[in-house]
Design a protein around this ligand. Sequence first.
Ligand code: FO1
Length: 320
Amino acid sequence: MSHVLALCGGVGGAKLALGLARTLPGEDLTIIVNTGDDFEHLGLSISPDIDTVLYTLAGLADPERGWGRADETWRFMESLRALGGEDWFQLGDLDLALHVERTRRLKAGETLSAVTAFFAARLGVAARIAPMSDDSVRTILRTSAGELAFQHYFVRARCAPRVDAIRFDGAATARMSPAFRNALARNDLGAIIVCPSNPYLSVDPILAVPGVREALNASAAPRIAICPIIGGESVKGPTAKLMQELGVSVEPASIAAHYRGLIDALVIDRTDAANAADVEREGATCVAAATLMRREDDKIALAHTVLEVARGLRARDVAA
Ligand code: FO1
């Protein structure tokens, strides 16, 4: 069996990551996670997307919110609020332990890759989960409310301000994490999967790390993205609103255009099958499938579909 590399953001991406983790042996799967959302808060180093993927694959994630832990309690936040502390970003009591321990380990000199691999092992996750980079990359949005760091836009301002531009501070000098570099260099790389995460906020920070676009461009492995837009709306989060604000038409072809040259195929939802020709005009093979992942069965089924698309593309390359 060949190796699979998945590029992933938070809640939406973690759903497919779970499907892949339920389908492939752990040693055959590397999940590279966006760290543009990371920030320092209350003196703690928070890596929300890494934690969402960790908790999801460990079976600890809250099924309603998608982020944080199930069966969470909020005594810390209540106490913080009573003391007049900053309470706009919710840190549950169980979740807090992860941030405290990560912060301690990073301060002691461990890399984010090492801390993430350690936590994954402690939580019984077999797949390799790694940050896109061990260097700091921070997503900053230029908005109608001024410049906002990612979590200030996403959580504090509830994505309400109009976004004019997005930049990734630190990306120009960031290096790919060792797991990312190694996965891209593998001879047995059988697929690169771009999870149905927000292309602008979750995947673009990964693509902004020097060498990533070039490696994707040059890769012999089939590259497949899953469209995060269904029926002209975001499956989750502000993708559609952001596309409108950035002057992009909210349809699958825009996602194919965004990833032009970086993907071979785009998996769109069955309900959007009429958009297939528009997607293919953007240079990607279009596959229509059930992409809405509500239950675990849906996540596994989509993982199977994507791996099947990869197999088909590999067979086509061999025949050519
Ligand atoms: N998202 C929210 O909408 N509100 C929160 O208070 C919040 C807290 C939080 C704490 C830890 C964590 O790992 C994630 C958290 N998230 C919260 C999710 C996070 O802001 C976003 O889902 C991602 O950054 C976007 O992918």
